[in-house]
Design a protein around this ligand. Structure first.
Ligand code: DAH
Length: 345
């Protein structure tokens, strides 16, 4: 009798393991506990036992019955949870907490901006910001950029209709407004608000009427730098930029200043970088940023005495920095919000 009871338990346990749905479970339950079920039939055989063995046998059968009832109850709730999980897999329930522990992250352009800014903050620069809408005077005239300069062409700059005005952006005269084409306008806003000495870094979004391709985007990011003090020299400029580029790209980089032209700096330079470990761009001179000594014509525009004050300025593209740091070959990756790209940072 005991062996028969034990056999019913182990058969039921192993059959439960392969039950796939509620009808299967009901069927199994009936075949054990139902009117003609194996346990019920065994229980009825109690009549054939000698009376003194009956109580012990009855107790043993009841114990097994309770144990099996418990197993069936658990199996029902397992089946229900499995069905829920399956239904949720098909239709996403947006009210559930996200699976895994991915909590989002910072965009590679945010990370690059923060890295650049933190290097300059460590040597005494503070962060300056201004609006992305800018008046023509701040974006061009005050930066010594003549009316007929190609940057001011409607093919390069996004202009607002002549009569458009913005409550939070003060222009200088009765002039048109633009989406700023560079962060250099923040130089002017800073010098009109603060007295020198000035050391600012101005990261921000810029806009140009560019056709989008692997290296151009109509919306991109720059960081401007401005240093104004007494007796500032090109040596000061070169020392700070060397420090910055070595912090960013590694101690082994070499730099050089190459003569160039910008309306707001005189002399002006392009900064080139040479590094043994920049992937595809290793071991060749690569242009990284523009810079120069603040043109006295700019100081005149903001009312600073050119006999007393001198300074340097520089500007660099954040996308370019991020692309060089991570070996990214197409600027469009930054704006497509593809998780496969973004998750790498
Ligand atoms: N504004 C320039 C551009 O968008 C970059 C630049 C060059 C900024 C030289 C500067 C500078 O401050 O000195 O191309």
């Amino acid at each position: 009798m005991q062996e028969k009871l034990q056999a019913i338990v182990s058969e039921t346990e192993s059959a439960l393991g392969s039950v796939e749905d509620m009808p299967g479970l009901e069927q199994l339950k009936a075949s054990v506990l139902g009117g003609n079920g194996s346990l019920t039939v065994l229980m009825k055989s109690i009549a054939s036992l000698p009376p003194e063995e009956r109580p012990a046998f009855g107790q043993a059968v009841n114990k097994v019955k309770n144990h099996l009832a418990e197993l069936f109850k658990n199996a029902v709730s397992d089946l229900n949870s499995a069905a829920d999980a399956k239904a949720l897999g098909e239709a996403v329930d947006v009210t559930l907490p996200p699976p895994g522990n991915y909590t989002g992250g910072l965009h590679p352009l945010t990370l690059a901006t923060r890295e650049v800014v933190s290097i300059f903050r460590a040597i005494g620069f503070t962060v300056a910001e201004a609006t992305e809408v800018e008046s023509e005077w701040f974006c061009f005239d005050a930066l010594n950029t003549p009316e007929d300069h190609p940057a001011r062409d409607e093919q390069d700059t996004l202009y607002f209709p002549a009569e458009t005005r913005f409550g939070n952006v003060q222009g200088k005269a009765d002039e048109a407004f633009v989406m700023r084409t560079h962060t250099s306008s923040v130089q002017i806003r800073t010098m009109m608000e603060e007295q020198p000495p000035i050391r600012v870094i101005a990261p921000g979004r810029c806009f140009r009427r560019d056709t989008v391709d692997a290296t151009h985007s109509a919306n991109f990011h720059q960081t401007e730098g401005l240093f104004v003090d007494r007796k500032v020299t090109i040596e000061d400029l070169k020392a700070v930029l060397d420090h910055f580029l070595r912090e960013l790209f590694g101690k082994q980089v070499k730099t050089r200043l190459r003569p160039s032209f910008f309306p707001f700096t005189e002399p002006s330079f392009e900064v080139d970088l040479f590094s043994p470990n920049l992937g595809r761009l290793s071991n060749q001179w690569i242009e990284i940023m523009g810079c120069g000594m603040v043109d006295p014509a700019v100081f005149d525009q903001v009312g600073l005495d050119t006999g007393e004050w001198s300074g340097y300025a520089f500007g660099l593209g954040i996308e370019r920095v991020a692309m060089m740091l991570h070996g990214i070959d197409d600027i469009r990756h930054f704006y497509q919000n593809d998780q496969r790209f973004l998750k790498q940072f």
